[in-house]
Design a protein around this ligand. Sequence first.
Ligand code: V4E
Length: 210
Amino acid sequence: SHLSAPIEVERKFIPGPEVEKSLNAIGAKLLKEITFRDCYYDSPDLRLALADYWLRKREDSWELKYPPQIGARGLTGASTQYLEVTQENQIICKISEVLGVPSPPNIEAFGLGELASFVTRRRRFQLPLEESSKTKVVVDLDEADFGFEVGEVEVIVETQEEVQNAMQKLEDICKKLGVFQESAVQGKVSMFLKLNRAEHYKQLIEAHVI
Ligand code: V4E
């Protein structure tokens, strides 16, 4: 078990028709194919998302992503870094901090509403381990049920000192896969909101959180 939350460093890309060939060519192996529903929750005035806090239930498990520094954003350049917590008591603690309310006995008692809900079919690939580093890099190819495809390269690190290197590594991998783009690529939630909740989408764009 962790004392500090793991840092998820990630870079999204648009998966072209050749990406699977490229994955194969660099020795990536299909780890698993999974399908899951994500439900994201927020207050009616988007207090969580506006602070770059993302609370979701993936199937039956709660997860919270938030920026590593208070008041900061998870997005740097085209990469993101978020702390990820899955223990309900840790999630309650963080959410009550952001909302400025006392901690309720469970997450449901915050009375948050559904922000987005969609199903993802994910194929996860594992890149071969390098001699020099012990970090496991995975590539996810996602297909959301509202007709959107996105890829992401991801690595989990323990400390802030490792983030820069991780971002460089993700950039290099995107280049190797032929999917490198200079600017950030929109994710599933962002696209869902654009298609289904235009007013929320506009607010979050203006606040620079998506
Ligand atoms: C962090 C975030 C959101 C929550 C969803 O995060 P994401 O990593 O896109 O979801 P997913 O399904 O890949 O999660 P995993 O299975 O890897 O845990 S919605 C918006 N954000 C912020 C954000 C941003 N500003 N820019 C980019 C490129 N991504 C995310």
